[in-house]
Design a protein around this ligand. Sequence first.
Ligand SMILES: Nc1ncnc2c1ncn2[C@@H]1O[C@H](COP(=O)(O)OP(=O)(O)OP(=O)(O)O)[C@@H](O)[C@H]1O
Length: 249
Amino acid sequence: MAPVVQVRAVTVAFGGLRALRGVDLDVAQGERLAVIGPNGAGKTTLFNVIAGDIAPTTGAVFIQGRDCTRRPSRSRPGLGLARTYQKARAFAGLTVRENVYLALAGHRGRHRALWRSATDRAMRAEAADVAAQVWLSEQVDTVAGELAHGQRRQLELAMAIATRPEVMLLDEPASGLSRGERERLVELLESFDDRLTLLLIEHDMDVAFRIAQRVVVMADGEQVMAGTPEQVRADPHVHQIYLGTEAAA
Ligand SMILES: Nc1ncnc2c1ncn2[C@@H]1O[C@H](COP(=O)(O)OP(=O)(O)OP(=O)(O)O)[C@@H](O)[C@H]1O
């Protein structure tokens, strides 16, 4: 089967700085892939290119086999790709259900039909359903601003799931979470349908290695190595990149 995401020889230059230097990446359907690497390695830039938030300087990006190198981020939900961001995007003054409802409505472009009570009722029920998929059933009527940090992350996942994606890009899903919240997040991501492709950037190695089947290590805008979590964990070069000394392995 063709990869769901293909990145081909992508470079990104910001003025004189080359944030990506010829990156190639294939992601298979249902794969759980973590991209790790030190600060400034180019991880977020790679995500931005895949998500259409920035166009590469050279190279190409294919999603579901379609060339979307120059297509903007708004084209991505239609291609089955959703993204979460490091910064929360939920409306703090709206409930979990209302935030998910807006994500559903935005995806379907049905704003004009919402006055119909049948549509409204069905979408309110569906919003609660999506909230349940991220274990927020008890918080469905809680405003986002009152959620615990980990629950907010769950809500962001729900808002991405509302677009019925086949591929989700998760930008540091565990950052700022407590140990218990990270544990819950890992369990939640593991509970997702096997067919859903997950591509995540994660600084927390424990989280990255537990979720991912394959880990790509980046440094200085390039892929340094890729392998199973075990292979990456055992690689002295990876230790060198992170800790600056091979002896630290
Ligand atoms: N919009 C921009 N304009 C100029 N330089 C940028 C821009 N975005 C990123 N960079 C630079 O590109 C390089 C790669 O940044 P990027 O954010 O992709 O790295 P990262 O691996 O995600 O790092 P971190 O783990 O700190 O988020 C860095 O040197 C960064 O300063």
